[in-house]
Design a protein. Structure first.
Length: 360
């Protein structure tokens, strides 16, 4: 019944415009399909009714749920942009957090989305290698020193019971430095592709997190069979709902932490990596250690490669500096020497993660 209306909408004398049709009959075809599917499922059960017959499953409909979210750096035409990435049960949404003006509530601006049925980590053969703008280690270290110094100053002012204006000014400086570090420090690429060929590139500071994102997306893709195509109105509604989700992370800045929230450990941590077991085939293996520093994870240590074994025994000790640290992560890799077997999912050769874990 809507076909004549849509056909007339493109003529010189439309009964209704395309926009009016979309507004008046919003989701009507989808509602019809849902009701038809429900009716077709219910009818045969009613016709063969018994006290053992069940119909409850017909009322169940999987709602879109948030599985994971995180702030990431997206590489857009060579420039680093801070994004909030949301993984739902049927799609991946990339959004930008708008600046708050005049005490208004947080708002998101959607940048793009990919249905999970159309998402892949493997790009076309002709995909150009990713060029990552690197920030010198000296600059990153200087930022960390500034951040540490500003945190110490804030604590000193608190103990001295100085005026809130001084502390507010220091907090503003701290937030600026932390935001800059959050934007400039990540350098590990995570590329996602739409099956139509469009690609998007993120930069992450932790290989643990990169592997976690890939695992959960691939696992969800096994359960997702329907391609989700959103209208502009649906996309806006979904983006607006992101603000209300209780599981949504804050930007990992000190200003977003509660006063009584643990600021983590400071000092030095001695870690001994002894051995690994349970491997089914002989491999060239090594381990890395990641530690967070006020919310930012980075690689702190790496063992030597233990050649071709199922029971590597590294027995290496590392002294790791802690700065507001709360979590230690351990990753075990297979060192790949054969270039033809290397994993090129991210547009560059990488060793394969064999196992990982973390200790709070």
């Amino acid at each position: 019944p809507m076909k004549p209306l849509k056909a007339a909408a493109t003529t010189s004398q439309p009964v209704l415009t395309v926009a009016q049709i979309e507004t008046i009959f919003f989701k009507v075809p989808e509602l019809y399909e849902i009701h038809k599917e429900f009716y077709d499922g219910l009818l045969p059960r009613v016709q063969q009714w018994s006290h053992h017959q069940r119909v409850g499953d017909l009322f169940q409909k999987l709602n879109r749920q948030l599985l994971k979210d995180s702030f990431m750096v997206e590489l857009v035409e060579g420039a680093r942009k801070l994004r909030h990435v949301f993984l739902f049960t049927d799609l991946l949404l990339c959004a930008k957090l708008k600046k708050q003006i005049g005490g208004k509530n947080q708002q998101y601006d959607s940048k793009w989305y990919i249905p999970l049925t159309e998402l892949t980590f493997q790009g076309p053969e002709e995909t150009e290698p990713l060029t990552i703008p690197q920030v010198p280690d000296e600059e990153l270290d200087a930022m960390k020193v500034k951040i540490s110094h500003l945190r110490s100053e804030i604590q000193r002012e608190k103990r001295a019971n100085k005026g809130s204006k001084v502390i507010d000014r220091l907090r503003k400086k701290l937030s600026e430095q932390e935001s800059l570090l959050l934007l400039t420090s990540p350098s590990m690429p995570l590329r996602v592709y739409n099956k139509n060929g469009k690609s998007y590139s993120f930069l992450i500071s932790s290989d643990y997190e990169r592997a976690e994102w890939k695992e959960i997306i691939k696992e969800q893709q096994k359960k997702c069979f329907k391609t989700s195509s959103l209208t502009s109105m649906e996309l806006q509604m979904l983006t607006n709902s992101c603000v209300k989700l209780q599981t949504v992370h804050h930007i990992p800045l000190s200003i977003n932490k509660e006063e009584d929230e643990s600021s983590g450990l400071c000092g030095f941590l001695n870690v001994i990596v002894h051995s690994a077991s349970g491997l089914k085939q002989s491999l060239n293996l090594y381990c890395t250690l990641e530690v967070d520093s006020f919310g930012f994870f980075s690689n702190k240590a790496k063992t030597r490669v233990y050649r071709y074994t199922t029971e590597p025994k590294w027995n290496e000790e590392f002294e790791i500096e802690l700065e507001g640290s709360q979590t230690l992560r351990l990753l075990c890799y297979e060192k790949c020497y054969n270039k033809t077997k290397q994993n090129k999912e991210d547009g560059e050769s990488t060793d394969r993660i064999m196992g990982k874990g973390q200790i709070p």
